[in-house]
Design a binder for this molecule. Sequence first.
Ligand SMILES: [Zn+2]
Length: 229
Amino acid sequence: MNENIEKLLDAQKIDKERLQLVQNLEKGKIKLELDKTTKMINDSKVCLLSLEEEAKILEEKYQKIAKIVADTLAQVDKANGSQSEDLESYNNFLSELTRSEGQLADIERLIGQKTSTFKKTAADVMKATQMLKNMTKMYEEAKTAAAPKIQDLEKQFNEIVKGIDEKLLIRYQAVRKSKGFDAKDVVVPLTPDKRCQGCIMDVPVAMVNKINTNGWATCDECGRIIYQA
Ligand SMILES: [Zn+2]
């Protein structure tokens, strides 16, 4: 086997160990809960803003109808004062009043509902914010606890890859970076039926030849480093 590949395979083992630690942190229960709570708080804040907006609109509507009620009452008073016998317009005033008062009651009820939703959401946000504070602390503590081991593994990795073909190392780092916390292999063997073990795609004959000559080649499909085992 190619000497560079041999070293890189050893380094990959160390790198995967490091990634597993990073993954435990970044995809672990604490981080997931932390992200979930952050999202919940942000969504709730959007909800609170729109509730405020709705309350404002309802308040404006209420004022408008309250003014109609006041005007109608003034007209009723005027009609009474003039001793008018116009029963029809008096009845019209009354039905207008009843209708407006019904509308006012509806709006009051709606405002009551929105207010209680607002209060509940605001209380939830407060509780979640406290939880987030605790989770952030736990996450930071876990990160601090894992840091020395992660740094040590990074050091070991750098020691092993010292002096290997730079092109190979750059390729390895590029693929590794593109995979995030994924601890899967970047350096993979050519399978007996001439496939990339990473993505299971057929490797063309020309590339098989290159792997045999150079010791490795880059997979056209997934970018992994394929070597002859
Ligand atoms: Zn592949």
